[in-house]
Design a protein around this ligand. Structure first.
Ligand code: ADP
Ligand code: ZN
Ligand code: ZN
Length: 742
């Protein structure tokens, strides 16, 4: 047996894996992630490395392969744990060990850390004053200026003082040579936050909050580490609860990671954490350079930070004593990585917590089916907050049946009810949000007269309109011709739904002249901070109406918003994947939660062509559990996650025929492995966008109740793909329980 060893995992040279032989006394002892000592280089210097894999064949001349010397003593170093996590990710999500390692270990880029140079006075005060007199006497004005400044403040920043006093480098150098001053450099860490401050929150916790904190803390003190789901409506005080839990864990000498979806990583949120934990908090965001990230990790390793807040990637913060991982808005799709390894932060956090002996707290007002199901199965513990902390009431929700609007002769995008309510708000100088649901829009075809939607007879998801007049299922490839008359009611109002934020803005300005309107979508937020600026303007009441896509659903609190209109609630309902119902429920609930965050209660109008759909019905009733039961029934019936697991095999390549053939071979291969027919093999289908800039795409789905079995099939397939040259011209990626239709 041979072991693959990576020598230095914190540098870019990660690509290099060295093979070592395993001496008999270490056989069966070595594991992936373990730190070992090996002879390295010409002088066979004893060097530390990490085991990243095993093989039974020598990669080159057998006589030249050196043996592993021994396991490193303090082998549970932080890197070793992260390497072990990478190994788990490779196994569970596919890809190579190198790809997994690059995901979990901060890599040092050849980017010089910014250095702060400062000037320090070496003379004592009296001596200094004497020297100052000499400079003045000799009319050496620049030297005198610098020395006078240093007599005021003996240590000054080089750049600042030289600029301010207008002294040149040679002046500084001559004083240095005279032994008057010395230059000092210190490495400074680029900090993403320039402003720090805020006060410690001393709010009394509500009874519910106290109970939740007590349950968590009792477990923690008894050494119990597990996963909790904190399920509480928006505004129920979840963030306060996280902060209290973190505070206590910190007091015990542990560290904490808080994951937040990037879009919700606002100034407001970050300041709340700063207010509580001050400088011990650091944040990561996607706009940071790799150098900045690396610095953050150095700060962490130096023990200067105890709480890291950030999106998905913050999960890999190398804390030496990790005690708690919080995932806020755990249902968010951005917790799934779009790159290989396509890991889910929730599952990966639980794995990391297991390795480190930490607990996990997931929070949401609309938990993912996965998390709620795990509570039902006893894998997670459910903690609940039933009421809003500030005692505000939940908003009143109206559902408007848009089919009736058409019958009554109103063909506008805005219903009569919504129009009347908008007018009333404008009169009262209260604010309005109009939310256009465009999420997951993929060309579904529906009837505006009766709400009928064309679906796949096998998969029970919407068909998508492709060019050339075809309707296609993206799971199984089922096709049927485009229809021009509704199969259900015969109306000709059947087709794709087309309306953008811009059209709605124009319509609103025409219908409500005098209203001040802001629009937030991909176009208006392209610039840096564009997103923040619009929200800020709306928060300071520079506009009456904010129109936007799902971007407006999160982040800021707008106390003056008393009306939320949801246009085209159906759009996400009929996106072509099995999570459509779940996404719709989440979006509607979250959008509705935006109304009435202040003193006066709020109203919400949901406009839909399918008011009887349980996602819409339950969102209107704000009944998560009702929704959960209905949605689980559908998932059970169709064998979709979380009841069963779905493995997508994504194939891309430039030659369509080869791709087609390869997909068939892979399908046959899967059928051969699955001798007992425990899996369902679906496809290959052409995705919605079957070809992007001359690259063709195909996708194959495997569905089954046994997760381990799917992983085994994936492993076999990876080997099969690696040894067969036929696959060399294409890229093949695995995606467990994909978030988006490929
Ligand atoms: P969530 O994270 O569930 O949306 P937050 O923690 O943001 O809820 O709380 C919502 C609002 O209620 C915040 O303004 C917060 O300061 C306030 N709040 C939270 N807990 C309490 C409490 N116990 N007493 C008073 N106000 C509270
Ligand atoms: Zn119809
Ligand atoms: Zn289908």
């Amino acid at each position: 047996m041979y072991a693959d060893i990576i020598i230095d995992i914190t540098h870019e040279k990660l690509d290099k894996v060295f093979q070592y032989s395993i001496p008999s006394e270490l056989e069966g002892v070595l594991q992936i992630g373990m730190e070992v000592v090996v002879p390295f280089g010409k002088g066979n210097k004893e060097t530390r490395g990490y085991v990243t894999g095993f093989s039974d064949k020598a990669g080159y001349d057998e006589t030249k392969i050196k043996p592993v010397l021994r396991t490193a003593k303090d082998s549970m170093a932080i890197e070793a744990k992260l390497v072990a996590l990478a190994a788990w990710m490779k196994e569970h999500y596919g890809g190579t060990m190198i790809q997994a390692l690059k995901t979990v270990i901060p890599i040092k880029k050849q980017e010089r850390a910014k250095e702060k140079k400062s000037i320090r006075l070496l003379l004592r005060e009296e001596e200094g004053k004497r020297q100052l007199d000499i400079f003045l006497h000799k009319n050496q004005k620049a030297r005198a200026r610098l020395l006078a400044a240093l007599l005021d403040e003996p240590r000054q920043e080089y750049d600042l003082v030289t600029k301010k006093l207008n002294v040149t480098r040679s002046v500084v150098r001559s004083l240095e040579e005279m032994g008057v001053i010395t230059l000092e450099t210190e490495k400074v860490f680029r900090s993403p936050i320039s402003q720090k401050g805020g006060r410690r929150q001393t709010a009394e916790y509500t009874q519910e909050q106290r109970h939740v904190i007590d349950v968590f803390w009792e477990d923690y003190n008894r050494g119990i580490r597990k996963t909790y789901l904190l399920y509480g409506v928006t505004g129920s005080g979840k963030t306060e609860v996280y902060m209290e839990m973190i505070g206590r864990v910190l007091e015990k000498g542990y560290q904490a990671i808080v994951l937040i979806p990037e879009i919700a990583l606002t100034y407001q949120t970050v300041m709340r954490f700063y207010g509580r934990f001050g400088d011990r908090v650091s944040i990561l965001n996607s706009r940071m350079s790799q150098g900045e990230r690396y610095d953050q990790m150095e700060l962490v390793k130096a023990g200067k930070v105890d709480v890291m807040i950030g999106p998905r990637s913050a999960l890999f913060t190398p804390f030496p004593r990790l005690g708690l991982i919080v995932i806020d808005e755990e249902h968010e799709t951005t917790y799934k990585s779009g790159q290989v390894p396509r890991f889910h932060a929730r599952e990966t956090a639980i794995e990391r917590a297991g390795i480190e002996g930490a607990s996990v707290v997931l929070g949401s007002a609309t938990p993912s089916l996965e998390a709620f199901y795990a509570c039902a199965c006893g894998r997670f513990q459910l903690l609940r907050l039933r009421n809003r902390a500030g005692m505000q009431k939940l908003p009143t929700v109206y559902v408007v049946d848009m089919r009736k609007e058409i019958k009554a002769g109103n063909r506008s995008i805005i219903s009569d009810r919504l129009r009347t309510l908008i007018e009333a708000r404008l009169e009262k100088k209260e604010q309005i949000m109009l939310f256009l649901n465009r999420r997951g829009y993929a060309g579904f075809v529906s009837c505006r007269a009766c709400g009928y939607v064309v679906k796949c007879p096998h998969c029970d998801v919407s068909l998508s309109a492709h060019r050339g007049g075809k309707l296609v299922c993206h799971y199984c490839g089922h096709e049927e011709p485009q229809v021009s008359r509704c199969p259900s009611c015969g109306s000709t109002y059947i087709g794709g739904f087309k309306a953008g934020t811009q059209q709605i803005e124009e319509l609103v300005m025409r219908q409500f002249p005098g209203a001040r309107v802001l629009r937030m979508d991909m176009d208006t937020t392209r610039t840096k901070d564009g997103h923040e600026k619009i929200l800020e303007a709306f928060a300071s009441e520079e506009a009456d109406i904010l129109i936007g896509t799902q971007m407006i659903v999160k982040g800021h609190d707008f106390p003056n918003v008393t009306l939320v209109g949801i246009l085209a609630a159906d759009m996400s309902l009929y996106s072509n994947d099995y999570r459509a119902g779940e996404r719709t429920f989440q979006l509607l609930t979250q959008a509705a939660g935006r109304a009435g965050r202040g003193k006066s209660g709020g109203e919400v109008v949901i406009q839909t062509y399918s008011p009887e759909h349980y996602s819409i019905e339950m969102a209107a009733l704000q009944d998560y559990e009702g929704f959960y039961e209905a949605e689980m029934a559908y998932r059970r019936l169709m064998g979709y996650p979380p009841v069963e697991q779905l493995l997508a095999i994504l194939m891309t390549g430039e030659q369509e025929e080869l791709l087609e053939t390869a997909a068939k071979y892979l399908k046959e291969f899967a059928l051969r492995i699955d001798r007992n027919r425990r899996l369902k093999i679906i496809g290959p289908a052409s995705p919605y966008v079957a070809k992007v800039s001359d690259v063709y795409r195909r996708v194959l789905y495997l569905k089954g109740g046994d997760h381990e079995m799917l992983i085994r099939v994936k492993n076999h397939m990876e080997q099969y793909i690696e040894i067969n040259k036929g696959f060399d011209t294409m890229r093949i990626q695995f995606d467990f329980n994909p978030m988006d239709v490929f």
